[in-house]
Design a protein around this ligand. Structure first.
Ligand code: ACO
Length: 428
């Protein structure tokens, strides 16, 4: 409860609006009565100043570079938790007890396989199809296979949640296997979540596949770091689609599509393409930064800048260290890491980036790890989607259980023609 108010003066009248404060002292002017009392709306393209909900899932302090899941720092979670513990925390609000975690793992293992008819979809997709297109389509199609979990009144949606968490790695790995013409590998339920994904990606029926623990832990950390990031583009998409009471699968499919864009999750693919261009001699790192500063869209510094972080993205700090550690252990693309670090150094010492507070974001170093592990470039954003899934689910569930729940429906300021006279086609 707060007694603080904000006063708005419009055309000679004054209006008072409550100021609300979050648990981390973020403040907002509550404008829910703005239109009914003043007749006006707010205009905020890109929603840079608009809060769409109250949420108790993730907190970001973009000025200080802080990220917390349910009050736990990302550094703590990345170091100490597994991906499924993180998923449970995000979705259900507390860290699981041993029994709760065992139960979650058991349930997921019961649902890792795809319906054999879903498997047949893959032969209908072109081999060159981007795996994000395939994943979005197959996740959307889960509504057709599990109509029992599409009831709009089911705000818990636990059956659908388990199936999604269990099947997305299988869906993703199948899209990769199909694209390279190898047989689809079935999940192995004696493996942990991330290891199972690696097995489905890299094993073949012809020989044993050995999982490197340091690689699977690095991948696990990447998934944890991507698991939620409050009201970003894909999460807001999930909430908006879900606000029509569209089912969980349909909402997640929309989230995957939103994530794919190069300004969002698709940036991790673009970063590695950028680093490889520099490696291949398409200008030096210095030259590339100069072109990015000149506003050359073909040289935008991908993996740099963030709507919320005006400081170093804490996830990028962790990934950079993981990247160094992993490359030391397994060798691999250290040249790309060198180029990335050089780009970062140049940019951070440049007035253009300093004035605009542009720092490396989560996508800047993640691709180097994926590449070292052997993940193909067009699967990078799919990995992001697997990581982000618990966050999307948590946000969807929180929205559906929120007392303030209403269909999402922004307004607009109309700037088109007024009162035109209709002329029949031959008189135009
Ligand atoms: N390289 C060069 N200049 C940049 C960059 C960049 N990566 N990012 C922002 N700028 C410049 C803009 O040109 C603008 O300059 P101006 O004020 O002279 O016009 C200023 O910095 C502010 O940038 P905006 O685009 O207004 O910032 P916005 O918050 O709308 O966009 C975004 C954020 C989309 C992340 C942007 O920084 C960007 O395009 N970055 C590269 C793509 C990327 O890495 N995306 C992943 C983000 S993290 C995620 O989604 C998981």
């Amino acid at each position: 409860m707060t007694t603080e108010t904000a006063t708005l003066h419009i055309e000679g009248d004054s209006y008072e609006f409550p100021v609300i404060t979050g648990t981390e002292n973020e403040k907002a002017v509550d404008l829910r009565k703005l239109r009914s009392t003043t007749g006006m709306i707010t205009l905020d393209p890109g929603f840079a100043n608009s809060g769409a909900c109250r949420s108790s899932i993730t907190f970001i302090d973009g000025e200080k570079g802080i990220l917390k899941y349910r009050g736990y720092t990302i550094e703590d979670i990345a170091q100490k938790a597994t991906f499924l513990e993180t998923a449970y925390l995000l979705i259900y609000g507390t860290l699981p007890t041993r029994d709760q975690l065992d139960d979650l793992k058991y349930q997921i293992k019961c649902h890792t396989m795809l319906h054999e008819d879903i498997k047949r979809f893959y032969s209908g997709f072109p081999k060159k199809a981007h795996p994000m297109a395939v994943c979005s389509a197959v996740v959307g199609a889960l509504s057709a296979f599990y109509p029992e979990f599409t009831d709009p009144d089911d705000t818990e949606a636990d059956g659908g949640i388990i199936r999604l968490l269990a099947k997305l790695p299988t869906i993703a790995a199948c899209s990769y296997k199909h694209s390279i013409g190898q047989p689809i590998m079935y999940p192995m339920n004696n493996l942990e979540y991330t290891q199972n994904f690696m097995q489905m990606m890299f094993a073949t029926p012809c020989e044993d596949y050995e999982i490197d623990e340091s690689v699977s832990r690095a991948l696990e950390i990447l998934l944890i770091l991507h698991a939620d990031h409050e009201q970003n583009c894909s999460t807001s998409t999930v909430r908006l689609v879900g606000s029509s009471q569209a089912n969980l699968f349909a909402s997640m499919s929309a989230g995957i599509s939103a994530l794919w864009g190069p300004l969002h999750g698709g940036a991790n693919q673009k970063v590695i393409e950028m680093l490889e261009r520099i490696e291949d001699g398409d200008g030096s790192a210095e030259n590339f930064v100069e072109r990015a500063k000149a506003g050359d869209d073909t040289a935008r510094l991908m993996g740099f800048g963030h709507r919320v972080y005006k400081n170093y993205d804490p996830r990028a700090q962790i990934i950079k260290k993981e990247c160094r550690d992993l490359l030391d252990k397994i060798g691999g693309q250290s040249k790309l890491l060198e180029i990335a670090m050089k780009l970062e150094e140049i940019a951070l010492n440049d007035d253009y980036f300093a004035q605009r507070k542009l720092y490396p974001n989560v996508d800047f170093y993640s691709g180097i790890i994926y590449k070292a592990i052997g993940i193909p470039v067009n699967m990078f954003t799919v990995l992001f989607a697997i990581g982000r899934l618990p966050g999307w689910i948590a946000q969807w569930r929180e929205m559906r259980q929120d007392n303030d729940f209403r269909i999402g429906r922004p307004r607009q300021i109309y700037v088109g023609p007024v009162n035109q006279e209709f002329k029949p086609v031959d008189e135009r």
